[in-house]
Design a binder for this molecule. Structure first.
Ligand code: FMN
Length: 329
């Protein structure tokens, strides 16, 4: 039997494209327990995934938010208890972009996997400055702009404002020829407006979506459970919301969409692809089980084989078709 063609292009507008061996990636902030691979076995087959995104880097190092930063205290226990509302308020704990380029990038070169970095600036000028630090550095193949982190209290959320989105994307565009992915917030009245703005400003793909601002109160203490009060909701409850946004954005723009939100199985990944995503990222599922992205990829491949499609690209946008994959003509 012929091997399934899982290859996807995440920068079709670039002459060389950005070809991933398959559409399954690890979402930023969820690569191991610290966002930079802690907890993963040294021989974890990272190269078998389409890409891996380390946690977002900011201009300067950040210690992150006050504890508690997670609810439930463990994503694994929450998911085992059937919990769908997973909240976090990590606050972009990271070593800063300069340390990342000097110390982490050389390690990624050795990793034999496709790394995509994630960055977040506080001001339009800072996005461009951060991108300038990536010039000439090896070890990653694209830059995702986290325009949508809800946990940083010292700046507006860029993707809530088309004007700020335009400024951030065009600033980064001026500094790099690498593919740029713009990661958007789900919490906007009309995703198509900010999606179109990001594309016009020069991004090559959109990542949809980040978490939704949320809170949980412990009635015994009468207090919010997270140290910051509010956090970001991720996991299964986010899935239908993110999927609808992917579906809407895919009809509005011509660049690939990367679907993120509550993908726990290969079937969920296929749902996002059918809704119009070209690839997917795995977040909370990965924190509950570091093997999840590999399992999800295998499950997706099994589904595609069952539908007897030759390429994963055949199911992208299937919601616009008259017949489902695998149906007799
Ligand atoms: C603990 C945690 C930390 C996260 N940190 C980041 C981050 O640093 N940068 C980012 O762009 N997204 C971050 N995210 C958001 C995820 O990448 C993803 O967009 C979101 O969790 C939705 O996907 P999921 O439902 O599969 O978790 C984080 C999510 C979690 C749960």
């Amino acid at each position: 039997m012929q091997a399934m063609d899982l290859c996807v292009n995440l920068a079709p507008c670039k002459p060389d494209g950005l070809f991933l061996s398959n559409p399954v990636m690890i979402a930023s902030g969820t690569f191991g327990y610290d966002g930079y691979g802690r907890g993963l076995a040294p021989d974890a087959p990272l190269a078998s995934l389409g890409a891996v995104l380390p946690k977002t880097f900011t201009r300067n190092p950040r210690l992150g938010n006050p504890e508690p930063r997670w609810f439930p205290a463990s994503f694994r226990e929450g998911l085992e208890a059937g919990e769908t509302t997973l909240l976090n308020s990590v606050g972009l704990t990271n070593p800063g972009i300069e340390a990342a380029m000097a110390e982490l990038a050389p390690q990624w070169v050795e990793l034999d996997s496709n790394i995509v970095i994630s960055i977040a600036g506080d001001t339009p000028e800072q996005w461009e400055e951060m991108a300038s630090f990536t010039r000439g550095v090896k070890g990653f193949s694209a830059i995702e702009l986290n325009l949508s982190c809800p946990n940083v209290d010292d700046g507006a959320m860029f993707s809530h404002h088309p004007r700020l989105t335009e400024a951030a994307v065009s600033g980064v565009r001026r500094q790099t020829d690498l593919p740029i992915w713009a990661k958007l917030s789900p919490n906007v009245p009309d995703i198509t407006e900010v999606a179109s703005t990001a594309v016009e400003a020069g991004c090559d793909a959109l990542t949809i979506s980040n978490t939704i601002p949320a809170m949980h109160v412990d009635v015994e203490t009468g207090q919010a459970v997270l140290g910051t009060g509010y956090g970001g909701l991720s996991g299964p409850a986010l899935r239908p919301i993110a999927m609808a946004l992917v579906h809407k954005a895919a009809q509005a723009v011509d660049v690939p969409i990367i679907g993120v939100g509550g993908i726990m199985t290969g079937q969920h990944a296929a749902e996002f692809l059918m809704a119009g995503a070209t690839a997917v990222q795995i977040g909370s599922a990965n924190l509950a089980d570091l093997n999840a992205p590999f399992r999800i990829l295998a499950e997706l491949e099994e589904l595609l084989a069952r539908w007897e499609v030759e390429s994963v690209r055949q199911i992208i946008g299937a919601t616009w078709w008259d017949t489902p994959p695998g149906s007799p003509d």
